[in-house]
Each structure stands twice: as C-alpha cells, then as structure tokens.
Design a protein around this ligand. Sequence first.
Ligand SMILES: [Fe+2]
Ligand SMILES: [Fe+2]
Length: 274
Amino acid sequence: MTRIVQISDTHLSPGKRHFAANWSPLRQWILAQEPDLIVHTGDVTVDGADVDADFAYCAGLLASLGVPVHAVPGNHDVGEPQHAYQPTSSDRVARWRRHFGGDYWSIDIEGWRLIGLDSMLFGADIPEEREQLAWLDATLRDADGRRIAWFMHKPLFLENPDEGDTGYWTVKPAPRADILERVRRHGIAVIATGHLHKMHDRILDGCRYLWAPSSGFVVGERLQEPMPGYKKLGAVVYELAGDTLTVRMDELPELTRYWIDDVVHEVYPPRGGA
Ligand SMILES: [Fe+2]
Ligand SMILES: [Fe+2]
C-alpha cells in the first residue's frame, strides 16, 4: 500500500505572511499521516510568479518535510494563460522548474500512473504548451494498462463539461475540450485539482473529480460566486493498493480559517482572486 497526501493552495511567502500560521499545523498533520509521497496542486506561493525569494522559501519548506514532494504550478506561481497582467510565460515556467523541478511529471506507483499537469499552460499559446501536450499523449499511450490519475491546479469545469467560460475559475472552453477528449479516450480515472479553495468529490462519466481544499484560506462570496463544494481548509489522503484507490478528504480544524476577502488588497494588488 502506498499513501499519498495531496495539499493545495498553501499560498506561502516570506514577505506576505498572512497565511503563514497554517504551515506548522499542516506540517504536523502531514507527517502524522506518514505519507510515502506528497503532491502539491499549486499556488504554493502567495503570488510568487515574479518573486524568486518566494520560490526559494517555499522550496525550503517543502524540502523540510523529508518526504518526496511532486508539485504542479498554480496561477499565482507561473501566471495564467494570456492574462493581461500576469500571463503564463516561458520565464515564469523556467523559474518554477529551477526551484521545484518539472511543472509536469509522471510517476508509476502500484497499478497506477500518476500524472501531474501544468494547467497554466492550457491555452497559454507558448511553446511549453505544445511540448506538454506531446509529452502527455506519449505518456498516456504507453500507460500499459495502468489506471491513470491526474493532478493539476485548475479544474476543467465547475458543474458540467459543456459549460461556458467560467472566467477565473476553470480552464477555458477551447483548451478544455482538447483535454476532455483525452480524458474520455484514455478513461482517466481521477482528476484531482486545487484553485477553488473548496472541497468537492464527484464522479461524472466514470471519472472521479476531486477538488482539494486549500490549507491557507477560503474565499468569500464577494470574490467567489456560488458553486458546488464546501469552504473548508484541509487536505486529501490517497491510499493505493494494486489498482484500488481509497480517498479521504480531511477538514483540518487545527488550521485557522482565514478569508482572503479581508486582506485581498494587501495580498494581490491590483488583481484579486484565489
Ligand atoms: Fe489558483
Ligand atoms: Fe489558490
């Protein structure tokens, strides 16, 4: 049996310490789970897309866990596709790779192939977007009968795969359609995401869509319109044995329930968001 802990949206920074108090209790909880592996689904930094010091600091925190950590970037780490102010760019992706290693990766464990994807490349229209998709297609083709679970930052959709543009919250409809075609063709079993700072667990068309909670803060109604899921802080535990998988989503009452709305003007001037 292999135990994996997924954490997400830690939003840590040596300069912006608004959510820093949640690291120590999260760290203690992670170590108590005795995981074999940790997956971080992005927004590692508060808003480090241009801040080397935030990356160095967060890489140090993750390394201090003493357990292998595989991470994928969030919008606050590498920017978002074609954003007017902070677009995903080759420079930003390169900064991620310098500090955290690959922004997409694949690991075979038990009867599973775990694939980390850089969802901030979907629709970014930079060379790295095409390179990731070519790599993904090859990685899916040679999965050799393994069940496949994806980890990435942004969810593909909120309520249904055919919905329109949700603005900030999901992958845009055009790149989403390309990715969903691969989900169906390869029978992806699990897609685990972050970004929404909400807990949610749903099976649709044979794929289990897991929204991992943040361990940093939740988002109030002024900044996040009504959508499925629960505004709780926590993390997710996966146990893999052969090709079976059990999932436990834990609310962690030892974390302080910060609301981004209270400090958004200090944390993300002038753009807002989760
Ligand atoms: Fe995010
Ligand atoms: Fe976030």
